[in-house]
Ligand binder design. Structure first.
Ligand code: ADP
Length: 327
């Protein structure tokens, strides 16, 4: 169904809107707007008849004043509701941010402790104990990732996601992420290609955040591609931007769900069946990082054929000899 039609149906589905906003049906903005419209029509018609019947302008003025008062009351209710929604939304973001910060300390402590135990693996640990500690370390790492994602979501909502922009070697950053993924590529028997065009300029953005985007896109290509599949990555320069592309021949995305892929917490039906681990936050965060870095993010996907995800970030403008080009 076309997007506009869907939005119109959602707008007139007052019950759904009331449930979503957690208010009564008569308090939903759409209901109040409809009422405002109806009252305006009724009063205009009534004013017409009154002014035709009574020649006294005072009656017309009084009836007009009543309408204006009703419209003002409804307007005040709407403004208060919007205020309340903004306040609640801010409280929610603050809560997520504080809770995530508080969780980070104990999770880091568990990480250090398990690393110490694993380093001392030869000193009296049985195989079973070792496996248990490895499992704790793995699950702890998953929680750290989730907490970091939640912190990024809170930062996006508080509009303080990207703090510093600087020049950096984008091709090197992608190479580093690739090396980081090497064990996973091997474990899943993937055929992986990294194609970097020669003499690429550096980029201007927040390298730590851009690393998150690259990790997320490569991670997804690996996660949603069956063992033995192929993942191809390409970096090139075009019209003042560096472009990163990653193509896989994995499960793809069902056509009817393509428009929701960057929504917060969205996971496609086939992905949920194929890969239980995932939060649906990675692409939402990636899109915000790229767009706040003055770049674009896009994709093409066909279910059961594969996907191509890509993004662009601005190139550094310096003279060629100062950009530290790649060999
Ligand atoms: P997660 O991977 O944790 O579910 P993301 O935000 O990274 O969350 O991705 C959102 C959804 O987009 C995934 O659940 C999946 O449905 C779809 N998706 C992302 N990348 C791919 C890909 N390379 N192939 C198929 N589906 C993908």
């Amino acid at each position: 169904m076309p997007k506009n039609k869907m939005r119109f149906i959602n707008d007139i589905n007052l019950k759904k809107q009331a449930d979503d906003l957690g208010v009564k049906v008569w308090q939903t903005p759409s209901f109040l707007f409809i009422m405002m419209g109806l009252i305006a029509v009724i009063v205009m018609t009534a004013t017409y008849y009154i002014s035709e019947r009574y020649n006294d302008p005072r009656i017309v003025v009084v009836s007009e004043s009543i309408v204006v008062s009703v419209i003002l009351i409804i307007g005040t209710i709407i403004t208060r509701m919007v205020d309340e929604i903004i306040r609640l939304d801010k409280m929610k973001s603050d809560f997520v941010s504080v809770a995530s910060h508080q969780l980070r300390t104990p999770l880091s402590a568990v990480k250090w402790e398990t690393e110490i135990l694993l380093e001392k693996e030869n000193k009296g640990l049985t195989d079973k104990q070792l496996k248990n500690i490895e499992s704790i370390a793995f699950l702890n790492q998953r929680m750290i990732r989730l907490v970091n994602d939640l912190l990024d979501v809170a930062r996006i909502e508080q509009k303080r996601l990207i703090i510093r922009q600087r020049r950096f070697d984008f091709a090197k950053l992608v190479g580093d992420v690739f090396r980081q993924f090497q064990p996973t590529f091997e474990e899943r028997h993937l055929e992986v290609v990294l194609n970097v065009k020669k003499n690429l300029p550096w980029a201007v953005a927040d390298p730590e955040k851009i690393k998150i985007v690259v990790e997320n896109l490569i991670g997804n290509a690996v996660k949603y591609t069956t063992s033995g599949g192929k993942v191809e990555t390409l970096i090139y320069s075009k019209d003042g931007f560096l472009i990163f592309e990653v193509k896989d021949n994995g499960v793809g995305i069902p056509e009817e769900q393509i428009s929701r892929i960057f929504n917060k917490f969205f996971r496609s039906d086939n992905a949920v069946k194929y890969q239980t681990e995932g939060t649906g936050l990675g692409l939402y965060i990636a899109k915000n990082i790229v767009e706040q870095s003055r770049g674009k993010i896009w994709f093409q996907s066909i279910e059961n054929v594969g996907s191509l995800f890509a993004f662009s970030i601005p190139e550094a403008k310096e003279e060629p000899d100062k950009t530290g080009k790649n060999d």
